[in-house]
Design a binder for this molecule. Sequence first.
Ligand SMILES: Cc1cc2nc3c(=O)[nH]c(=O)nc-3n(C[C@H](O)[C@H](O)[C@H](O)COP(=O)(O)OP(=O)(O)OC[C@H]3O[C@@H](n4cnc5c(N)ncnc54)[C@H](O)[C@@H]3O)c2cc1C
Length: 290
Amino acid sequence: MERYDIAIIGTGPAGLSAAVTGTIRNKKVLLLGSKNGSLKVEKAHTIENYLGLPSIPGSELQNAFQAHLDKLGISITEDRINAIYAMGDYFALQAADTMYEATTVILATGVIPGKLLPGEEALVGRGVSYCATCDAPLYRGKTAAVLGYSPREEAEAEFLSEVADKVYYFPVYTGEVDLPDRVEVIREKPKAISQADGKTIVETEQGSHPVDGVFVLRESISPGQLVPGLETDGSHVVVNRQMATNIPGCFACGDIAGLPYQYIKAAGEGNVAVLSAVSYIDQKKRAANN
Ligand SMILES: Cc1cc2nc3c(=O)[nH]c(=O)nc-3n(C[C@H](O)[C@H](O)[C@H](O)COP(=O)(O)OP(=O)(O)OC[C@H]3O[C@@H](n4cnc5c(N)ncnc54)[C@H](O)[C@@H]3O)c2cc1C
């Protein structure tokens, strides 16, 4: 399997900045995430505090980021990473139906807006899943609920509905939902997930919806679930000034690494994280040659 020097998870300002400098430093970079970048950039009305680009609409900043990637020939591999395992000498990254390998990993996945639902964490793997593409076969002929936190999750619900007997979709956002009729859209805000009588239950203000499995699909999953053994502090990853985490070779930057949540701070930290990854790789190479 192809082994990358640096795998970067997330295509917001932190991940893109890391990819730019990592490429300039001649490392073999794998940039994973949405080809459209971060919704937090794309949807921003006007950004007043990005150095050198005053009063820029988010969509224009996104275009400027894309132009920078294009200039350096950097491509985005559109995949969502569901788990990252430290294997000693390298990391194994698990996507829906692909595995990737890299010597170092940079987490630039942003933060989950809001908290986990009560009951959610305890039921992961026992009725709660974060990946429709990975776990859909388990729900063949069964019922499933999808809690979609952005319109991007509609495609996952549609795919699931091709396998499951019945899919209920709870959009946790405003605006239109574009799904086939076989998916039942329920406009009720989920407030908890529980289990009873062999069913997993989506609880809302209005009632209870028992199904065989619940898919919670957010833009990002909590860092502790993404990387087993990672030291976290609430929704953030604990890092030092080199943006290094407690796992050697694993770095984090941007919102996931803590407050304040700012574009330029995220981009700056992406730069620090990738330079730290470059030093880590170079040190390992030197040690191997001695
Ligand atoms: C409404 C709003 C307005 C804002 N206005 C400003 C402002 O004016 N000025 C300012 O400085 N800041 C502003 N911010 C804050 C700014 O948006 C964030 O600080 C910044 O986007 C953080 O960048 P990031 O790269 O760390 O994460 P994000 O921008 O959140 O990007 C993370 C990316 O990683 C992807 N991802 C997550 N998990 C995975 C996974 N498992 N696999 C693959 N990809 C994954 C996500 O889909 C996302 O695209 C605003 C935020 C909001 C919500």
